[in-house]
Write a protein that binds this ligand. Sequence first.
Ligand SMILES: Nc1ncnc2c1ncn2[C@@H]1O[C@H](COP(=O)(O)OP(=O)(O)OP(=O)(O)O)[C@@H](O)[C@H]1O
Length: 300
Amino acid sequence: MDQPNAAPQPERQPDADPAKPARAPQRLNRKPEEDVGPPVVEIRNLWTRFGKTVVHQDLNLDIYGGEILSIVGGSGTGKTVLLRQMLGLERPSSGSVKVFGEDVSGASPEQLQRMRNHWGMLFQEGALYSALTVFDNIALPLRELKALPEPVIRDAVLLKMDMVGLAIGDAKKMPSDLSGGMVKRAALARALALEPQLLFLDEPTAGLDPDLSDTFVELIQTLHSELHLTVVMVTHDLDSLFALSSRIAVLAEKHVIAVGPSCDVLRVKHPFIKQFFLGPRGQRALEVLEERYARKESED
Ligand SMILES: Nc1ncnc2c1ncn2[C@@H]1O[C@H](COP(=O)(O)OP(=O)(O)OP(=O)(O)O)[C@@H](O)[C@H]1O
């Protein structure tokens, strides 16, 4: 996690019209410090309208390889819709969403299916198929490829189960036999089945008690660094937000008002940021994180 450093310099959107002043709320739009190459996800001038309701208005966001980018915002600010647009499950009213340089917003179902083979998605509540065993749930994306022999699928499923901390004996269990934490692990194993480079997480710790949530956060941290994943996460959970995020993108006023490392975003003077991060919950989450760092440092 980045430690507080120099005050952030406001940066103009890369494709903004130089003749126009940067919009006042776009206070911060920082790339990660090191040279990380072109964005893995590139959202440009995106508008989303449902009837007369405008959810996103000229929204821009870049997500870079290897980072964990978390999207936060108040209820109804369009986080889930944005995630679904990145996954090609919904189309924006205008603007573009590119993933690995390919336009998701205009892709055909066949193109989308091919693209999705490079992404994994962990939905809220795990979203396992209740009629399938843990093994068959994880095997599903591999079987859908219709290219792999069953012994290869078996090995891949067992490897993924091991990665997420499930025992071989769990393979035959039905989702209804699993605890909340195990459902998350099985869903994560399924999201990783095709060895994606990009992983989308929707509220990954929702429904877990604090201990299970911490364990799951550690698992995501380990997998992120071992598998060199790029992770895009939507979360309300401040503990996992601070523990995991390389950068945080804040949605308010129908667009991204700030994006950068948590230490920089916390300094942006905006009512939502103040209320969300600097209220009692935010302070507690920061204290927990500081304690965790102090413990880690003394252990090292
Ligand atoms: N298919 C749809 N038709 C009409 N309105 C929709 C549709 N999908 C989403 N919306 C509206 O768009 C807005 C953004 O929804 P979204 O679910 O993305 O919010 P969110 O930021 O994820 O909220 P929360 O944090 O409460 O889950 C909401 O006002 C929602 O009612």
